[in-house]
Design a protein around this ligand. Structure first.
Ligand code: NZQ
Ligand code: ZN
Length: 392
């Protein structure tokens, strides 16, 4: 087990009707004025936004609103939010939505609390020194941003999608009512479930040995999401299944399933190029590349993939042939993706990848030939091309 820090400062307020507590939760932060940030239309249509505003009014908290965040959130919206917060004297941000709204809020928080261009933090030319405090009312179980230290923003100039990890942006609180996710389209529910599983897989596929407890937590989490994703495809208003998936979404990305292991994150890096270029749902993009990545890297440590096959996918162990067991596990995970309507190739998302486009994606993913990705197996630009080719 390698050394680690585990830091989860977010207060979780979980369960039915919990959004009614939002006003009091914000008031307890002692702020003067709040930016209520939200997405396209779902929070307006469901009446949630209205309920949140009433809750703030009841608690005597002043606020301004800014909607219109799109999936794979854009830098231009972040700039708009920063200008509004400065004009209105906002000192707390409340995100009402999913990963995209929360990430846009985090970026606005960085922009307001620091001088200069906020994109500098995402292209890593500067480090932020502060971030406005924020909280979230979660409406989709997926990205885990409500408890993570990450935010991912797309710069329309060059369509560069970049992540920033820093504890400054961690939410003070996350309100999680599983009932708020009943209105999700099945595709978004499924895409969210893939993302949740992937946040643990990215940490699970490690060459670090002796991580028995962390492995066990991760395996239970992945099985839980697989079982309940199946239930939700049939019964989207099943409270217990929504609750299991929602809680798994937060635990999968708050660091818990990576304690003592080295994260890999290659699939996330490969996927970010797809959602930057074609605006695909992040989880769907992950499902489309994962099998090709897994087949490309599993020989580095077939026993690890065999353990996954047995403990997560229910494969009978062929002790004499871990490679065969590993491959069967990869196949079963792809079967699961298919069973919830997720793609297992890039072509299944309606994207035609030419050789030229593959070279372009790999070049961008390698930050123009300046970095490798992955830890289970380090991947250079040529490896990235091979995986995109296998996944096309
Ligand atoms: O905009 P609205 O109308 O709300 O529609 C959204 C959006 O179209 C809809 N939706 C959300 N809640 C709903 C709902 N529709 C009906 N009922 C509800 N209750 O769902 C769509 C997707 O929302 P989005 O916020 O984009 O989903 P998600 O949470 O998957 O976030 C994806 C973004 O997070 C990033 C991804 O790259 C992507 O940009 N990630 C952020 C991470 C982090 N900050 O820690 C980690 C992840 O790995 C990921 O990269
Ligand atoms: Zn993700």
């Amino acid at each position: 087990m390698i050394n680690f820090q585990y830091f989860t400062p977010t207060k979780v307020v979980f369960g039915r009707d919990t959004e009614k507590q939002t006003g009091e939760l914000v008031k307890a932060e002692g702020c003067r004025k709040v930016l209520v940030h939200y997405g396209g239309k779902s929070a307006v249509k469901s009446g949630l936004l209205d309920r949140i505003c009433r809750s703030l009014e009841k608690a005597g908290v002043g606020y301004v609103t800014l909607g219109g965040v799109v999936p794979n959130p854009r830098l231009s919206m972040v700039h708009e939010g920063i200008a509004l917060c400065r004009k209105e004297g906002v000192d707390f941000i409340l995100a009402v939505g999913g990963g995209s709204v929360i990430d846009s809020s985090k970026a606005i928080g960085y922009g307001v609390a620091n001088e200069g261009e906020v994109w500098d933090f995402y292209d890593k030319s500067r480090n932020p020194k502060a971030c406005l405090p924020m909280g979230a009312v979660l409406t989709i179980a997926a990205a885990g941003s409500e408890m993570s230290n990450s935010s991912v923003i797309t710069n329309e100039d060059g369509w560069l999608k970049r992540g920033l990890n820093n504890d400054l942006c961690r939410c003070r609180f996350a309100v999680m009512n599983p009932e708020l996710t009943y209105t999700l389209p099945a595709y978004q529910t499924a895409s969210g479930c893939v993302d949740i599983i992937m946040h643990t897989m990215e940490r699970y596929f490690t060459r670090e040995k002796d991580t028995m407890l962390t492995d066990g937590i991760g395996e239970a989490l992945m099985r839980t999401v697989m079982d309940n994703a199946g239930i939700l495809m049939e019964d989207p208003e099943n409270y217990d299944a929504r609750a299991e998936v929602m809680w798994a979404g937060s635990l999968s990305h708050n660091g818990l399933t990576g304690c003592g292991t080295e994260g890999d994150w290659a699939c996330h890096q490969l996927e970010h190029e797809l959602s930057a270029a074609w605006d695909v749902a992040h989880g769907a993009g992950l499902a489309a590349v994962w099998g090709s990545w897994a087949r490309y890297v599993y020989r580095e440590m077939p026993e690890r993939f065999a353990q996954f096959a047995v403990n997560v996918c229910g494969v009978t162990n062929r002790f004499s042939n871990p490679e065969q067991t590993a491959l069967e596990g990869i196949r079963r995970m792809e079967d699961f993706f298919r069973s919830i309507g997720m793609p297992v190739s890039i072509g299944e998302m309606g994207i035609i990848l030419t050789d030229e486009k593959i070279r372009e994606l790999a070049h961008k993913c390698s930050f123009f030939g300046t970095r490798t990705i992955g830890a289970f197996k380090k991947l250079d630009e040529k490896d990235m091309e091979e995986i995109y080719r296998a996944a096309r």
